[in-house]
Design a protein around this ligand. Sequence first.
Ligand code: GDD
Ligand code: MN
Length: 414
Amino acid sequence: MLHKHKSVWRELHTSFEFFGHVVDDDLKMPTIEQPHSDAPLDDERFAEIVVSKPISIIVPTYKENANIPSMIERVRQLKEAHAIELELIFMDDKSRDGSVETVEAAGLDWVRIVERDGERGLSPAVIDGFRLARNPVLICMDCDLSHPPEKIPHLVLALSSGQQFVIGSRYVPGASTDDDWGVLRWLNSRIATLMARPLTSARDPMSGFFALRRADFENAQDLNPVGYKIGLELIVKCGFENVAEVPIHFADRVHGESKLTLREQLKYIKHIRRLYIHEFGNAMHFMQFLVVGASGTVVNLLVLFALLKMGLSEPVSLAGGICVSLITNFLLNRRFTFSYARDRNPWAQFAGFLGASLVGMLVNYAVALFLVSSVLQDAPSSVYIAALAGIASGVLFNFLGNRYLVFRKRYIRR
Ligand code: GDD
Ligand code: MN
């Protein structure tokens, strides 16, 4: 199912609902302390946001010891300025760089650090953190001070006004990023965002700064992120319809380097494919089937060309092209289109695949013949229309045969 998301949350609604409310106060100066890089917005001169339910801030960390003290300090300032009840949980993957000692030395009862066991990873760390969180509002953010904690009340207010998922966004009007972003990182981020467009119309679904209700998180079905796009995973798997974006200033990390290696980034392709399948199911299988079919045409022609060049006769070369393309089509479909069935006997599947192709051809022929002989009028173009309709039915039949017989789903492969 395709969800249309409201992509930009434009107004600050005055709201006295569940999680937060706005106190109108012309005389009072803004109490949100702005970081030096984040110029005060005018609207903050007119109202103050009061966060009225406790929140849990989850911060995944890997070797962030140098950033932890400032992170705690910024959150402490926020907590005090707004009298927010909150817990701050660092989810650390055995950094062993003194992070644990640093958090313990801070000696604050609302701050803790959890050392995870098992597989290292940003997304699983965030999911584990959300499971440990005790408060009804969950916030996720980086530890490197790229994400301004001062925006948390705005995220909470958006939730309070009925939004289900709120992103601290780099790509909505009013947002900005530090200049030091190289062209490559910028391009990379943009392409990744574009690939997520069919899943959500949010401008910055890749952001690692977001808020949601714990109750919604608990309803998330089969969370299974690969890589680090945990926000996108949540938007899709929770089926959020109302996604809001609050503009932020995305600062360069203060200490250390980004943990996101190229290898980590490549996992995004795998992740996005899974999300497409989750969201579009058969349409996605069908699309892959069509792409494989198109590749088969190219293979067929190339082999034909090669065999003719080698001096083989036309009948033999034509047959060669068909055979080779049948094999490549089978292998590609088995590997990609129907990859969930990869663990089953390939020979039986190949036999089934050939059978389905044969039936597809018969359907193709029968439909074309029927159309041209008893439906379409006697016109020069009729036979071509009939042929196209035949091809379409043949392909569809072929797909259904493969999808529901040859490569039927027994269970979903993870
Ligand atoms: N526990 C844990 N395990 N934390 C990790 C791991 C891990 O394997 N890898 C990274 N982190 C932590 C970092 O310590 C940091 O606090 C946060 O996750 C984000 O990692 P960065 O290294 O700061 O990533 P980035 O700034 O390059 O990427 C940011 O922008 C992306 C969008 O472009 C992050 O906000 C990403 O979440 C976001 O998708
Ligand atoms: Mn970062």
